[in-house]
Ligand binder design. Structure first.
Ligand code: DX5
Ligand code: ZN
Length: 218
């Protein structure tokens, strides 16, 4: 059984109010928000004015994923909107320890995201301070891409590292999470599934969320 954090990137932006109402009614645990700057990733999504509107309407905790350079410049602004979790990329943070500390000081949970080819061992010296590790299972920047298979083994390696260190960090996976890949991820030990297209492009998004949430339940 895993928690589910649907990614708003795949929603119909002309109908954000009804998309958020669907999320509020659904069994989704969190709402995942993808912020892109056109520099760290080759795409631009949405920024604070949109997040602010979503935060007012959404009753689920916000799981914000920053695919931007210098995410440390936006910690206070993110906290002011009431975000629960701030995820920053390992590859975008020169002083990761300080950034994680500042996220905590601002009252949020701290997540660190790894690109598909960044090994989990890079987090060995900070895993004890993290609330979550977000493993990218596609190259960040776009929804609807194919799942990178290596992620399954990577989840196993991260699970072992977390157990050995006594850390309480959750494992979240993002990219290409759908009916075929999700059960294998849950079996490998993932705590939180991010899913964009599979949820929002489904004819029955609430059922898609329920399906993901009940995987592995005995
Ligand atoms: C990709 C984003 C993801 C994306 C996932 O850079 O971080 O959150 O929305 O979309 P799907 O589930 O369609 O792969
Ligand atoms: Zn994301």
């Amino acid at each position: 059984m895993a928690m589910v954090s649907p990614s708003l990137l795949a929603a119909d932006f002309l109908r954000l109010d009804s998309e958020i109402e669907m999320i509020n009614r659904s069994e989704a645990d969190w709402l995942h928000l993808d912020v892109m700057d056109g520099v760290f990733v080759p795409n631009i999504s949405f920024g604070f004015p949109v997040i602010e509107a979503v935060a007012r309407a959404c009753t689920k905790p916000l799981d914000v994923h920053f695919m931007i350079v210098h995410p440390e410049n936006y910690i206070r602004q993110t906290a002011r909107l009431g975000a629960m979790m701030m995820n920053v990329h390992y590859e975008a943070c020169t002083h990761l320890h300080r950034t994680v500390q500042e996220i905590h000081d601002a009252g949020m949970k701290a997540g660190v995201t790894l690109n598909p080819t960044t090994p989990v061992v890079m987090l060995e010296d900070i895993i004890g301070q993290l609330d979550m590790v977000l493993l990218m299972s596609v190259n960040p920047g776009f929804g609807g891409q194919d799942f990178i298979e290596n992620t399954i083994d990577k989840v196993g390696r991260l699970r072992r590292m977390i157990a050995e260190s006594g850390s309480h960090a959750l494992i979240e996976v993002d990219g290409g999470v759908q009916a075929e890949t999700a059960p294998r991820l849950v079996e490998a030990g993932v705590d939180v599934l991010v899913s964009g297209s599979y949820v929002f492009k489904s004819p029955h998004p609430e059922e898609a969320i329920r399906h993901l949430r009940n995987l592995g339940r005995t």
